[in-house]
Design a protein around this ligand. Structure first.
Ligand code: TRP
Ligand code: SF4
Length: 328
């Protein structure tokens, strides 16, 4: 047992993780391991809500995601890392919560309306998609965390979770603390085409990209759009490559590039090469750990198995309380 306060968060396994995921969610998660009793899980049932027609890649993505997590230092000793669908209690709690959740709460959920429009290529008029936040509420309150680290887009879901917890407590007795959203700083990282970095835009640099791929992607990055020729002065303030420098390059070099770019003393090709090398260096430890785990599949199996067992122990206990409270 631990006296640390508990937090919990999850991610849908929709593909390999990129630098935006790293500097957004993951770095925060890694830091939180010091201070909190952390539960992190792969939300594979949630991936089904929108990708139910093509499920073939999900199991690969789950494992890749856990290896991505381990490579950036989420630690199986410090945190409980698990897979949602292996803790069946989530489904039972989801079912019970669905009995008490008014449909209008779900229909007015801003992310629901948003996604239906944005993912218009998929038929999302399903029961499961509408019920997404109920499953998420089950994921969360199962572990009675005080906080849920999420990006701003997920705040409405945590708000619905609080409402559902409140309603449960009102109907059946006080079992669930109301969890708080803990805002993780959102990454402003843009992709190589200057749009938001995202798998679906095909503009991402992945944690698992090898150095050659990274060098290649960086060389294709769009810079200051006003700077057409090497002799034109550039403006680092509007250059995406410069934003990457701010993360990966030392202060002195940044200042120098800042000055030289503005008077056309440095060309974009050279500037990108410097950045690519620093990014490759920053990812070197991540790459090493990835190789370590990739060459030890049984160790990864073991880590996943232990995480699931730890999560199950908590979930089973919660469900005993829930069944007793609901009298069923
Ligand atoms: N909805 C979250 C997302 O898309 C994933 C998720 C599912 C989650 N269950 C959760 C996040 C519970 C935090 C807590 O990113
Ligand atoms: Fe951007 Fe560097 Fe080119 Fe300046 S020199 S525009 S900072 S890539």
């Amino acid at each position: 047992m631990t006296d640390k306060k508990r937090i919990l968060s999850g991610m849908r396994p929709t593909g390999p993780l990129h630098l935006g995921n790293w500097h957004g969610a993951l770095i925060n998660w890694v830091k939180m391991q010091k201070e909190y009793d952390c539960f992190f899980f792969v939300a594979d049932w949630h991936a089904l809500t929108s990708d139910y027609e093509k499920t073939g890649s999900i199991s690969k993505y789950i494992r890749d995601m856990i290896i991505d997590w381990l490579s950036v230092d989420l630690s199986p000793e410090k945190s409980t890392l698990f897979i949602q669908s292996h803790v069946k209690e989530h489904a039972e709690l989801f079912l019970i919560l669905s009995m008490i959740t008014p449909v209008p709460w779900l229909e007015r959920n801003p992310t629901y309306k948003d996604q239906i429009v944005q993912l218009s290529n998929k038929d999302l008029s399903t029961f499961g998609f509408l019920g997404y936040p109920v499953l998420q509420a089950a994921d969360i309150i199962m572990y009675k965390p005080f906080g849920v680290p999420v990006g701003i887009d997920q705040v409405p879901h945590v708000e619905i979770t609080r409402e559902i917890a409140r309603r449960f407590n009102y109907l059946y007795g006080d079992i669930f603390p109301e969890p708080q959203a803990v805002l993780t700083q959102t990454s402003k990282m843009l992709g190589i085409d200057r749009r938001k970095m995202s798998k679906s835009y095909d503009n991402a640099i992945y944690l698992s990209d090898n150095p050659d791929v990274i060098a290649d992607k960086v060389s294709g990055m769009i810079t200051d759009p006003q700077r057409a020729r090497k002799n034109d002065p550039g403006n680092p303030d509007v250059c995406n490559v410069f934003d990457f420098h701010k993360i990966y390059t030392d202060k002195e070099t940044i200042d120098q590039i800042d000055k030289e770019c503005r008077v056309a003393d440095i060309g974009c090709v050279k500037c990108k090469k410097i950045m690519a090398q620093n990014l490759i260096n920053a990812l070197e430890p991540v790459r090493k750990k990835r190789e370590y785990y990739l060459s030890r599949p049984e160790l990864v199996d073991e880590i996943i198995k232990n995480g699931i067992q730890k999560a199950r122990n908590v979930a089973q206990q919660t469900m005993e309380e829930v069944r007793a409270a609901v009298k069923i």
